[in-house]
Design a binder for this molecule. Structure first.
Ligand code: AMP
Ligand code: ZN
Length: 466
């Protein structure tokens, strides 16, 4: 059995075969740290998290690099407006980003290089492109990539280059297909850059956004690597330009598989900072939703399908997770202290097979989730009929934990029990020992008011969050 992924380069599903053994080297375009990331951005990072987790589940070794774009048009504009040094301005958003990743249980990548720490590697790459004749200096001291010199230009975005105007140039990091032109590798210093400036052999300035990713990816992953991902808005110009720079410099094929996720939209429009129709993760947490609810919403729509964000979808996610939690609690009660049995019940084995087959098929998460709910349905039936032993219940729990290495939302973080609640449980134990049932009932009500329920079992009282 093999894993298939949809390669943007070929526009077909291909079997994933790493360039070296079972080691998958992947680069994911990270955040531009000029503001808090919005949940549209997190859709992209969540898709990459699912990919990374599933690769590991399938036994691949993964080396993932996610860059932090901490110098580009947007960060410079932002720090100037805030009157702060670039580094200080971006640090706040870097910290927020890592804290948001934790909230969403996104597994950390192996490397998070910041662009400002790798400017010498970018300069070296530009020097190579100048030497080989793929790049040229403009009058103001900037350096541009000549797209006419690179025969493969347009292969990722499937561009029609027939209308290309020779010598047209674009200085901005972001531009539309209509402005297809030579793009900036290095931008000569101007007033707007303030004190954001580096020295290069051809003059002072700063790198363009695209060269940052080429330089950092090859620095950590080598001249050729397996996978490169991002949101589909990255296909053009960002990834197209990255390919041109990298392959022109090394003369080798650069990336074997490209994967792009579709957008998260609200009211029919792409969520973006510029459209002003965005929610940050914090906005949604403030409304009372958990990182786990949000993770469920972002993860469970297939990555190549548009995700229509709504608060109803969070409601549905919350209800689905409650079903998962009830099942888990029931299995735990049944398992007690038993060790796991050797065999997984048939219905669970079938569900896991279905789960794996679905995810092998270009991360078909809808099929994967259907398998999880099949398992819950069948497991509940088996328990209703008293056909599940304690050992089998334990074995099923272990299997859920294994699937959760991929999903990251099946097991709720163990709720921390507030001291006040622990004290009440102790007081209730005492009351029961004294056969003071009235006091015991009163304390039970107090616990309920705090959101906890207590159940008396042969092993003592058990607490559960309501
Ligand atoms: P940026 O910080 O703008 O460079 O974006 C970071 C990542 O988020 C990139 O991979 C983008 O493609 C992705 N992205 C931005 N907006 C959306 C959206 N509405 N839906 C999905 N991905 C997005
Ligand atoms: Zn990039």
């Amino acid at each position: 059995m093999s894993m298939k992924i949809f390669n943007t380069l070929s526009r077909t599903a291909e079997e994933l075969v790493p360039l070296e053994g079972n080691h998958v080297r992947m680069y994911t375009c990270g955040p531009t740290v000029y503001n808090f990331a919005h949940i549209g951005n997190f859709r992209a990072y969540m898709f990459e998290d699912l990919l990374r987790r599933y690769l590991r589940f399938r036994g691949f070794r993964v080396t993932q690099v996610m860059n932090l774009t901490d110098v580009d048009d947007k960060t410079i504009r932002g720090c100037r407006a805030a009157g702060l040094p670039l580094r200080e301005y971006t640090q706040k958003y870097k910290d927020a980003f890592f804290s948001d990743l934790k909230t969403l249980s996104i597994e950390p990548a192996e490397h998070y290089p910041a662009a400002t720490d790798h400017v010498p590697a970018m300069i070296a790459l530009i020097e190579k492109l100048l030497e080989k004749g793929f790049a040229y200096r403009s009058d103001d001291g900037s350096v541009y990539f000549s797209i006419a010199k690179f025969p493969g230009y347009g292969k990722l975005a499937h561009l029609d280059l027939s209308g290309l105007r020779a010598g047209a140039r674009v200085a901005h990091d972001e531009y539309e297909k209509e402005n297809l032109a030579d793009f900036a590798l290095w931008k000569a210093w101007d007033e707007e850059d303030g004190d954001v400036v580096w020295d290069a052999p051809w003059g002072r300035g700063r790198p363009g956004w695209h060269i940052e990713c080429s330089a950092m990816s090859m620095h950590y992953l080598g001249d050729s690597f397996d996978l490169h991902t991002g949101g589909m808005d990255n296909i053009f110009p960002h990834h197209e330009d990255e390919i041109a720079q990298s392959e022109a410099a090394t003369g080798k094929p650069w990336v074997k598989y490209w994967m792009h996720c579709a957008h998260l939209i609200v009211d029919g429009k792409k969520m973006s900072k510029s459209a002003g129709n965005f929610f940050t993760l914090r906005d949604i947490l403030d409304r009372g939703w958990s990182g786990r609810d949000i993770r469920y919403v972002l993860l469970t729509t297939h990555y190549r399908q548009t995700l229509n964000f709504s608060f109803d979808s969070l409601e549905a996610a919350h209800a689905a997770l409650q079903r998962v939690d009830e099942f888990t609690a029931r299995l735990k009660d049944r398992a007690g202290q038993a060790a796991a049995s050797a065999e997984l019940p048939d219905w669970a084995r079938e569900a896991v097979g279905k789960f794996t087959a679905a995810l092998d098929d270009d991360l078909n998460i809808s099929g994967g989730m259907a398998a999880v709910f099949d398992m819950i349905h069948a497991g509940n039936r088996a328990m209703d009929r008293d056909e599940l032993s304690a050992g089998e219940a334990r074995r099923t729990l272990d299997e859920m934990a294994r699937l959760d290495r991929v999903l990251g939302f099946l097991t709720a973080a163990e709720d921390e029990i507030p001291a006040e609640v622990t004290a009440l449980v102790e007081a209730r134990k005492q009351a029961r020992a004294e056969k003071n049932w009235a006091a015991s009932d009163r304390i039970r009500d107090e616990l309920a008011a705090l959101g906890w329920t207590v159940k008396d079992t042969p092993e003592g009282p058990k607490l559960r969050k309501l």
